[in-house]
Design a protein around this ligand. Structure first.
Ligand SMILES: Cc1cc2nc3c(=O)[nH]c(=O)nc-3n(C[C@H](O)[C@H](O)[C@H](O)COP(=O)(O)O)c2cc1C
Length: 387
């Protein structure tokens, strides 16, 4: 198992979100601005609700980093919820709850009902506050931190939106540097400007109808050495680890690696990436249908993960539900909500994937300090060259 692990805590409208990361080697340069940049990217995207206008997330590091370098000790991170001051009477850790403001009508598609029954709460706010994707703020902060370690080894992450509702990109993906520049400037985080216009028009239309939208996105990781993950046991397979981590993002309903479901339609001769060798490059593939992973291990190609996110569950024209106290039919509760979060989900997934890659990277190369890690890495790369 990897030495890298973290834990998060915090409610959507509580005072703050917290994370503790353990297992980072010492001596890694960390820029606070790079973490804040990823937090800002997470908050963007056409189709977000009012909440993201209230919050302007900034990380506060309270331990584990000194003068911009990791110490090797646990790193504690916090992000304040600016909205907390408006929610204090409803979200106080102590005192008495207000019976009038309790949430009793679970929203279809949300954690409300199953969570209420499981944890024996009739005020469903006790569930929705933690089920909310506000929690992903800390997962992005952690991803943003560990990708600064990955960058030392030239491992980079990219993402873009492939579709929103039934509108898809129509042109092939450009080279990665261009892709990131286009996607980061696009309000819907995509590279195809004609598709982007259609996506935004669709979001406007759906907003008017008080409905919501989902879509698909892709995360790409470059610079990954051969042999991260392993075929030897189910829990070491990197494709499986990536599927779990991306699926754990709220509202994700499908994760694909490489060609994904398309692989099931192809003949073997049109699917598998043939193997070549040259003195300069070593072993290589000319195609990447496998998405950089074979036998649960990186094969030297970029990792490609695609995911599908369902439409947002809170509808301003609420669906039918049942009051959990009176058991009478009622329309579902309305919580202030986004309409479409596919662009944000792509950015979050990018950072979630960064963490999973950092875990397997540290598992393979290990070391208490960056110096030690670099030595293990370069020895391993030397061995691979002589294979
Ligand atoms: C970035 C992001 C923002 C989200 N914002 C909302 C929201 O504003 N309203 C809502 O009802 N669901 C929102 N969701 C989705 C819910 O959090 C999610 O559907 C719910 O927790 C149930 O989990 P499940 O869909 O994974 O089963 C968001 C998801 C993501 C990834």
């Amino acid at each position: 198992m990897s030495s890298l692990h973290y834990h998060t805590a915090g409610e959507s409208h509580g005072p703050m979100l917290t994370a503790i990361l353990e297992g980072m080697p010492s001596g890694v340069s960390i820029a606070e601005a790079s973490i804040n940049e990823q937090l800002k990217r997470r908050q963007g995207g056409y189709g977000r609700g009012q909440r993201m206008q209230i919050e302007s997330d900034h990380v506060k590091v309270t331990s584990g980093i000194r003068f911009g370098k990791t110490l090797g000790s646990p790193i504690a991170l916090q992000v304040e919820n600016k909205d907390w001051k408006n929610w204090m009477p409803l979200m106080s850790p102590f005192g008495r709850p207000s019976a009038q403001r309790a949430v009793h009508c679970p929203r279809p598609g949300h954690a409300d009902l199953a969570g209420g029954i499981k944890y024996d709460h009739h005020d469903l706010r006790n569930i929705l506050e933690r089920a909310s994707a506000r929690e992903t703020t800390m997962r992005v902060a952690i991803g943003a931190l560990v990708r600064q370690l990955l960058e030392v080894f030239d491992i980079r992450l990219y993402s873009y939106v492939r579709s929103i509702g039934d509108v898809s990109v129509l042109t092939p993906c450009p080279p990665l540097k261009k892709l990131q520049a286009f996607a980061n400037q696009s309000p819907v985080h995509t590279y195809d400007s004609r598709a982007a216009k259609k996506m935004m028009a669709l979001i406007d239309q759906v907003r008017k109808k008080q409905d919501s939208l989902g879509g698909t996105f892709e995360v790409i990781v470059t610079g990954v050495p051969i042999g991260l993950g392993s075929h030897v046991n189910w829990e070491k397979k990197l494709d499986a680890l990536l599927a779990q981590s991306v699926m754990s993002l709220q509202a994700i309903k499908a994760v694909e690696i490489g060609l994904g479901v398309e692989a099931g339609r192809r003949w073997g001769s049109k699917m598998h990436d043939e193997i070549f060798f040259s003195r300069a490059r070593g072993f290589y593939h000319k195609t990447n249908n496998a998405g950089g992973l074979t036998g649960g291990m990186t094969n030297g190609n970029p990792i490609v993960v695609r995911a599908t996110i369902k439409p947002i569950s809170t509808l301003y024209q609420p669906l039918r539900s049942v009051d959990v106290v009176t058991k009478r039919p009622q329309r579902a509760t309305i919580e202030r909500s986004d309409i479409c979060v596919v662009p944000a989900a792509a950015v979050i997934a990018e950072n979630i994937v960064a963490y999973t890659i950092a875990q397997v990277f540290l598992e393979k190369f290990g070391g208490d300090s960056l110096r030690e890690l670099k030595r293990h890495y370069s020895e391993s790369m030397k061995l691979q060259r002589y294979y």
